[in-house]
Structure formats: C-alpha cells, structure tokens
Design a protein around this ligand. Sequence first.
Ligand SMILES: *[C@@H]1O[C@H](CO)[C@@H](O)[C@H](O)[C@H]1NC(C)=O
Ligand SMILES: *[C@@H]1O[C@H](CO)[C@@H](O)[C@H](O)[C@H]1NC(C)=O
Ligand SMILES: *[C@@H]1O[C@H](CO)[C@@H](O)[C@H](O)[C@H]1NC(C)=O
Ligand SMILES: *[C@@H]1O[C@H](CO)[C@@H](O)[C@H](O)[C@H]1NC(C)=O
Ligand SMILES: *[C@@H]1O[C@H](CO)[C@@H](O)[C@H](O)[C@H]1NC(C)=O
Ligand SMILES: *[C@@H]1O[C@H](CO)[C@@H](O)[C@H](O)[C@H]1NC(C)=O
Length: 144
Amino acid sequence: MVRIIAAAVAILTLGRQASAEAAGGFVDRCAYQGANLTDGHWLGIYCRNKDTQIFGYNYTWIDLDYCLGNSAGNLISYSKGNFSGSCNNCTIAHDDSTLAMSCVCLDTNKQYRKSTLDLNTTIHDSNGCAGCFDHFGNKTWEGP
Ligand SMILES: *[C@@H]1O[C@H](CO)[C@@H](O)[C@H](O)[C@H]1NC(C)=O
Ligand SMILES: *[C@@H]1O[C@H](CO)[C@@H](O)[C@H](O)[C@H]1NC(C)=O
Ligand SMILES: *[C@@H]1O[C@H](CO)[C@@H](O)[C@H](O)[C@H]1NC(C)=O
Ligand SMILES: *[C@@H]1O[C@H](CO)[C@@H](O)[C@H](O)[C@H]1NC(C)=O
Ligand SMILES: *[C@@H]1O[C@H](CO)[C@@H](O)[C@H](O)[C@H]1NC(C)=O
Ligand SMILES: *[C@@H]1O[C@H](CO)[C@@H](O)[C@H](O)[C@H]1NC(C)=O
C-alpha cells in the first residue's frame, strides 16, 4: 500500500512537470499507426521518451474512461468522464496525422448516435507514457 501511494505521488509530480503537454498533441510523438483498442476503452500505443541516452518507445495502456465523456450523445474530452458506461461499439482509425475514435453513444432521448473525436485533442505523451489530463496509463516495454 505504501508503495502504491509513493507511486501515485511520483505520478502527480510528473503530471505537474508535464502540464504543458496536458492538452493533447500526442500524434507527433506516439506511433498511432499501431494503436490498439481493447474492451472498447483501453487504448494501447507506443510513445516516445525524451531521454536521448535511452531514446526509444514505450508501450502504454491507458483507460480512456479517464479521458472521455459522453455529453448528450457526443464523445468529448473530459477528465474521468467514464464514456464507456453509455457508449458502445467503439473503433479507432488513423490517417496520416490523426487518430479518430468513433463510438455510438446514448443521447438525451436514450437513442444511440454515432460520434467521433480526434484523440489528439486529449491524449498527450509524457516521456514515453500516454496520458490525459492528470492521469497516466501503464507503461510497459512491449505492446501486444
Ligand atoms: C495535435 O495537437 C497538438 C497540440 O494541441 C497540435 O499542436 C498539433 O497541431 C495537433 N496535430 C494534429 C495533426 O492535429
Ligand atoms: C464507469 O462506469 C461503469 C459503468 O457504470 C463502471 O462499471 C466503471 O467502474 C466506471 N469506471 C470509472 C473509471 O469510473
Ligand atoms: C454494436 O455492434 C453490434 C455488432 O455489429 C450490433 O449488433 C449492435 O446493434 C451495435 N450497437 C449499437 C448500439 O449500435
Ligand atoms: C493499469 O492501471 C489501471 C489503473 O489506471 C489498473 O486498474 C490496471 O490494473 C493496470 N493494468 C496493468 C496491466 O497494469
Ligand atoms: C521505456 O523505454 C526505455 C528505453 O527507451 C527502457 O529503458 C525502459 O525500461 C522502458 N520502460 C518500461 C516501463 O518498460
Ligand atoms: C490488441 O491487444 C489485445 C490485448 O493485448 C490483443 O489480444 C489483440 O490481439 C491486439 N489486437 C491487435 C490488432 O493487435
């Protein structure tokens, strides 16, 4: 438990240092071409670290429930928005410079409607770790 708290404090400190990156912008620094969406809300992606000594990419699993919300049927960038409670059938698709997430989300009339959000508005790369707002995903060396 003590170790977990220490890790959380370290992450919060990192979050302050990385605050300039908190508003998205990961597409220049993460290999979005190899992104993986699992269980509808876990995004896996390779992101680049800044350390020139160990320069490389780390793979991150980030729970997009910490990053996205559903506002009246529209996917939005929202801290701890927990979109997956009311959005389904999500897919990701990239072109040369964006990674778009599409889902069907319940609107105010309890009807599903399709909504798409450019994840570059929300996800940032903090030294090899993908994050959103003050949340960071789990960094590992290799992806699936
Ligand atoms: C991604 O986001 C960053 C930061 O908001 C912005 O500077 C950049 O132009 C965006 N890139 C694309 C391709 O949208
Ligand atoms: C999001 O909502 C679902 C369904 O209501 C719940 O199971 C899950 O624990 C929530 N996740 C978060 C991160 O709040
Ligand atoms: C989700 O996809 C499944 C399989 O394609 C489909 O049967 C279902 O109707 C979709 N759900 C919504 C809410 O569109
Ligand atoms: C990743 O982090 C989440 C909390 O954000 C945790 O619930 C989950 O168990 C972690 N998964 C792995 C594989 O470490
Ligand atoms: C991240 O990548 C660096 C090399 O670029 C490696 O030294 C480090 O162990 C990786 N971190 C994790 C958690 O896998
Ligand atoms: C995405 O990741 C999951 C979980 O690790 C894996 O089972 C699946 O094969 C991956 N999908 C692709 C297309 O790489």
